[in-house]
Design a protein around this ligand. Structure first.
Ligand code: NAD
Ligand code: DAU
Length: 354
């Protein structure tokens, strides 16, 4: 069987559902159910005999050790993290606790298991660390895209915590020969993304006729990767990736934030017309502190070694995503009560329109 951490979040839930659909192998999901984890994301897995769930925190070292000893997984796909850059700017400590210490707990628990395995099983074990392109920092307009050899230069508390975790993962390979692989991917989008992130936030606000907050001039550049493509890349890396290696994963959909927001507005004008165009709700607000200007991914290693490339065109993926939010208002209602409202209040009401 395999372990997944953070399977009740946005990307983890896609990975779990795709895995249970396509594979016969059991999977144990370990999730602390923070504000970002929703058991409802995995409703479709309920009753599947290959699906197991532990409500557990990766910061709990002895629990992680016990789970590895009890279940003896052949691999772990590690998603669990504090994942939102703005929250890391507002309150960084949780990012160190979960993203760094939690990852080290998992590395230790995995290593303790692997050293008890026969050589061929130890060799076949995989620790797949799901990381981000943000560890590379920000590109100038004419710089080449991030390759796997790009220097680490994290700029936010979030990316610094992910970079730190990546370094520990590398160290466990180098020092203990734990078969680790790290993937560094670009911005994901798709169903079930928590509406603190740009795309679901804009859809959510636009449907309520509320301002669409664009940080600064909105000319920051991101490479948008559909979550189902990300998960197919992770399965390929788990099956065929080389231990000790890192792989970049990109969506080949490079756009400015303003273009993304305008595209969503145009789609909603078609699907949910209002008296005036949705783009009229766009509001430029105070920029994010330390905001990275440009990310771009060179995914040629993944393409050359594993024959992987993204399948979803952004135009199709964003239409499917907008339609999913229109069709799943009950999900949106359930995740945007209580603490979500406090976050929005704290995050946006102090951000004056520019
Ligand atoms: P998310 O915030 O939607 O979900 C995180 C999940 O982890 C939640 O289910 C949460 O309950 C769980 N979790 C948090 N702290 C935990 C802890 N201490 N113990 C156990 N579970 C805990 O995140 P996401 O967007 O799905 O991202 C998943 C991973 O992918 C993260 O590691 C993130 O850094 C990485 N990543 C995300 C993106 C993106 O665009 N969303 C891009 C690149 C990399
Ligand atoms: O690049 C991968 C990273 O992508 C992941 O590692 C992170 O977990 C994930 O959150 C995401 O980080 P970003 O900061 O790029 O995503 P976010 O959706 O928060 O913001 C996307 C861009 O939109 C960014 O330039 C900031 C901008 N933005 C965001 C919000 C929430 C706005 O202009 N307005 C907003 O209200």
């Amino acid at each position: 069987m395999i372990f997944v951490t953070g399977g009740c979040g946005f990307i983890g839930s896609c990975f779990v559902l795709d895995w249970l659909r396509d594979q016969q192998e059991p999977l144990l999901n370990i999730d602390a159910l923070t504000y970002a984890g929703h058991p409802g994301n995995l409703e479709a897995a309920a009753g599947n005999p290959n699906y197991h769930f532990v409500h557990g925190d990766i910061r709990d070292k002895s629990l992680m050790r016990d789970l590895f000893q009890q279940w003896k997984p052949r691999a772990i796909v590690h998603f669990a993290a504090e994942s939102h850059v703005d929250r890391s700017i507002a309150a960084p400590s949780a990012f160190v606790d979960t993203n760094v210490t939690g990852t080290v707990n998992l590395l230790q628990a995995a290593q303790e298991l692997v050293q008890t395995l026969p050589p061929e099983e130890a060799h076949a074990f995989r620790f797949l660390n799901v990381s981000t392109d943000e560890v590379f920092g920000s590109l100038e307009p004419t710089d080449a895209a991030f390759s796997e050899a790009h220097r680490y230069q994290p700029n936010s508390p979030y990316s610094a915590s992910k970079a730190s975790a990546d370094h520990f993962v590398r160290a466990w390979w180098h020092t203990y020969q734990l078969p680790t692989i790290t993937t560094n991917c670009s911005n994901n989008y798709g169903p079930r993304q928590f509406p603190e992130k740009l795309i679901p936030l804009v859809i959510h606000n636009a449907l309520r006729g509320q301002p669409l907050p664009v940080y600064g001039d909105g000319m920051q550049v991101r490479d948008w990767l559909h979550v189902s493509d990300h998960c197919s890349a992770l399965r390929a890396v788990l099956a065929q990736g080389r231990p000790g290696e890192t792989y970049n994963i990109g969506g080949r959909s490079v756009m400015t934030n303003l273009d993304v927001v305008r595209g969503i507005c145009a789609m909603l004008d078609e699907l949910r017309p209002r008296a005036t165009p949705h783009a009229g709700l766009i509001t430029h607000v105070t920029d994010r502190r330390g905001h990275d200007r440009r990310y771009a991914i060179d995914d040629s290693r993944l393409a050359a070694e594993l024959g992987w490339q993204p399948k979803m065109r952004f135009a199709d993926g964003i239409r499917q995503t907008v339609q999913w939010y229109l069709d799943n208002s009950a999900w949106v209602e359930s995740v945007t009560s209580g603490s979500y409202r406090q976050w929005v209040e704290q995050q946006y009401h102090s951000r004056a329109a520019r």
